[in-house]
Every structure is written in structure tokens, then in C-alpha cells.
Design a binder for this molecule. Structure first.
Ligand SMILES: [Ca+2]
Length: 270
């Protein structure tokens, strides 16, 4: 049964990546993370489960961070990187028992695809489905504000960055930024959203919570209203206008960019 599994997995691996990769990875085990004798004795009897790695784009400047969960049935892991989602340009970038790999050997602003396989004894299970990632000159924002629930409080001025990439297959890597601002009773607040690097306002959308997004412009100042008679948190989102950002009619591309949201003034609603 196990050898049948192995043959199936090996066939899949060869089909997707050619025949030389198992050898490449087997030679490059990182000794510092290699399993000790105790782990080999105490491992479970079942086969490792093939699972996708997590890929964090723009983890640091020039870095894609790939991580995966420990599998008690695996002795070590092989991480493969492709230059195309179909498996073209495969390289084994990591082999060993660690649970993450920071990839610095990448071209900036170019999408790569990572697939994980797990090794148990002489058998390799995988690779998994590939997961895309990209690195750029900047790192992603410290705050995790991709969702409304994780919105960052905006007070006076918030410098931030944003990124969007897509490949010719339509795979997207997208950053969206949610903020909220505390607005007093029957008050409206005026903001500016200014580009800092590599982006023009017309490449960005501004969306008031629950409304349709509108394109930013060099001159427009977004306004947020609180019509209620009690203070309220008002949410808004900055995202990229994909066509303007990548280029009209461009099937693939992308970049990272910096912008700044700034409080201008608040006024009473008359
Ligand atoms: Ca961001």
C-alpha cells in the first residue's frame, strides 16, 4: 500500500516537475533542523498528509516567507518553487525539518509559486497544490487590516502601503486596507489620501463602509459622515483599481506602492 502511494506521489512529482528534483532536495538537508533519533522512533505509523504551505508576500523587503504546520508523520519537508503555476521553472529551495523558509533569492515584483512535499523515510509525499507569493522593495504594513474586522484606527496621519499583482492565468495577490475613524455626533470629517511612492490617486479606490467604491483623484477630499446623535466608528477601505494599477489591457503585472491617509478637519452637520 505504501509503495503504491509512493509510486503515485512520485509519478505526480515527476509529471509536474521533471525527474531530477528528488535528488536535488535529498542532498541539501539542513542539518540544524534535521530530525533527531528520538523523533524518528516516536513518529506516527500513518503517512504524512499532503498540504499546501502558507505564503506571506512582502513579509520583509525582498522576502517571501513560506511556512507550514508540523506533521508528526513526516521526517522532513521539501519546498519547491515554480516560476509559473503549471510547474515550469521548478527548483527545490529548501529541504529539512524546519517549518518555514524565508526566500530572498527572488526577483522583485514577480510572482512565484510554492508547493510543499513531505518526506518519510525514503518516500516523498506531494507536492501539494502551489500557493503564489511575491516580494518587493518594501515590506507589507505592520497592521493586519485586510478585513473590516481587523480595521486600523485612523487618527491624524497614517502612512501605509498597498500592493496588487496578477499573472496571465488570473491568479491575484491583493492587499486591501480597512480603517475606522471615531466621529462625534452629527459631524463630518474630511480626509486626504495622498500618494507617497509609485502610485497615483487614480490607481486607488476609496470605499465608505456599505457603499460603492469611488476612484480617488488629485483634488477630491473624501468625506465621512456621522448623522447619528451619538459618537460612532465610521469605516472606510482603500484598495487598488486593478485596471489602472496594472495598466489598461495588461493581462499581468503589479507593484507595491506607498500612500498616506491624513485627517484634514471635522465640521458639524447643519
Ligand atoms: Ca496595506
Amino acid at each position: 500500500m505504501k509503495s503504491e502511494n509512493f509510486q503515485n506521489h512520485t509519478r505526480q512529482l515527476r509529471f509536474r516537475m521533471g525527474t531530477t528534483l528528488i535528488g536535488i532536495c535529498a542532498l541539501s538537508v539542513y542539518l540544524s533542523c534535521a530530525p533527531g533519533p528520538l523523533q524518528l522512533i516516536s513518529r506516527t505509523a500513518s503517512d504524512p498528509e499532503v498540504s499546501m504551505p502558507s505564503v506571506e508576500s512582502l513579509a520583509e523587503a525582498g522576502e517571501i516567507l513560506v511556512s507550514w504546520g508540523a506533521d508528526a508523520a513526516a521526517d522532513s519537508y521539501h519546498l519547491y518553487r515554480f516560476t509559473e503555476p503549471d510547474g515550469t521553472g521548478a527548483t527545490c529551495v529548501y529541504s529539512g525539518a524546519c517549518l518555514s523558509f524565508a526566500d530572498h533569492t527572488v526577483d522583485l515584483d514577480r510572482m512565484y509559486y510554492y508547493a510543499l512535499s513531505k518526506v518519510r523515510g525514503q518516500m516523498e509525499f506531494g507536492p501539494s497544490t502551489a500557493c503564489p507569493g511575491v516580494a518587493s522593495t518594501i515590506r507589507r504594513d505592520q497592521f493586519e487590516n485586510d478585513t473590516r474586522e481587523g480595521a486600523t484606527e485612523h487618527t491624524y496621519v497614517t502612512p501605509a502601503n498597498i500592493f496588487y499583482y496578477r499573472d496571465t492565468y488570473g491568479t491575484e495577490i491583493e492587499d486591501t486596507d480597512w480603517y475606522y475613524i471615531n466621529i462625534g455626533p452629527r459631524t463630518f470629517v474630511t480626509l486626504t489620501v495622498r500618494s507617497l511612492t509609485n502610485v497615483t490617486p487614480r490607481e486607488l479606490w476609496f470605499m465608505r463602509d456599505g457603499q460603492l467604491p469611488s476612484l480617488l483623484s488629485e483634488t477630491a477630499e473624501p468625506v465621512l459622515f456621522n448623522y447619528e446623535t451619538v459618537p460612532r466608528r465610521v469605516y472606510f477601505r482603500i484598495s487598488v483599481n486593478k485596471e489602472n494599477y496594472v495598466g489598461i489591457a495588461a493581462s499581468a503585472g503589479g507593484k507595491s506602492a506607498g500612500y498616506e491617509v491624513k485627517y484634514v478637519q471635522s465640521n458639524a452637520i447643519s
